[in-house]
Design a binder for this molecule. Sequence first.
Ligand SMILES: Cc1ncc(COP(=O)(O)O)c(C=O)c1O
Length: 356
Amino acid sequence: MQAYTPIEPVEILTARLGIPGEKIIKLDANENPYGPSPLVRQALSKLDVVHIYPDPESRFLRDALSKAHGVPAENLIAGSGADELIDLLLRVVLEPGDRVVNSVPTFGMYDFDTMLNYGSCINIPRNPDYSLDCNAIQKAVSDQKIKVIFACSPNNPDGRLMTTTEVEFLLSLPTLIVLDEAYIEFTQTNKDLGVGNTLIRRVAEKENLVVLRTFSKWAGLAGLRIGFGAFPNWLLESLWKAKQPYNVNVAANAAAIASLHDREYLADNVGRLQEERGRLFEKLSRLPGIKPFPSQSNFILCKVEKSSAKQIKLDLVSKGIFIRHYDNSLLSNFIRISVGFPQDTDELIRQLEGLL
Ligand SMILES: Cc1ncc(COP(=O)(O)O)c(C=O)c1O
């Protein structure tokens, strides 16, 4: 299998390029430039139990999550990022050779963790607007035994939210659906942090639904590694058995709880990013040879029509601006830009105008 290519952190970029950290514009990993709530900083500065192992069941956090999301705490498991929970789930459900459906292009960890857990991914290309190819998924489910179907909504890298028709289609299948809602908080403009769109409460009624969430994006905690999942009852016993006992460290636990106490502050930042997404989209649309796709997330995918996406990425790196580029059969000559501060948009557009 191929190694996963992670994104480099600011301190490594700074050392490599000789550009001071504060000058780097990091728009390559869909992080939240506003960072965490001030309550998180307070909670971390007061941590006095770092010499003691954390609660293996993250009970305070799961209770707070249960209140925030209206899902019983028993159905929630916290993880060291949503990433850990993707791996944990596949470890538990996959037998060697089991098949997993993946609607590509999408987040790379579904394929990666499937391979790591001896599964085999059936990669079904999305339609040109990045909607799911429901007929192909239906056919795969009818023709072969499929253990898991991954669905990411809004999808990374295009930012499209699944429609109700797609959701109901998936939930009607006799297969476990793992719905990754890492970016759901960015989907509406009325600062409801995705409450109007999440399917998390349906886990209680649907035996075949798992919903994954993270604090990395909306709450600005990517560096602390904290996410959670809502799982149906029948999966819980095996997941708890297989989980590493101390998977969520004390700092991540405290930071996540503090974030839940400061949802209004964080929703304001999400609102700023939603507004900035609109402004970035407008400006990108006006650039020659760049076709941005509408996004409900904190990033925008663009087709590069005349120049080389890779060269654009490299030229931007030399200016201290980091974006993602793709050049594969599904995304040939594309870039993905995370939404940053307004001044990041201005500088990025200024540089792109010089390059195109
Ligand atoms: C779709 C998707 N799911 C999950 C993750 C990872 O989340 P976490 O930081 O909680 O591991 C990412 C990170 O970029 C992502 O894009």
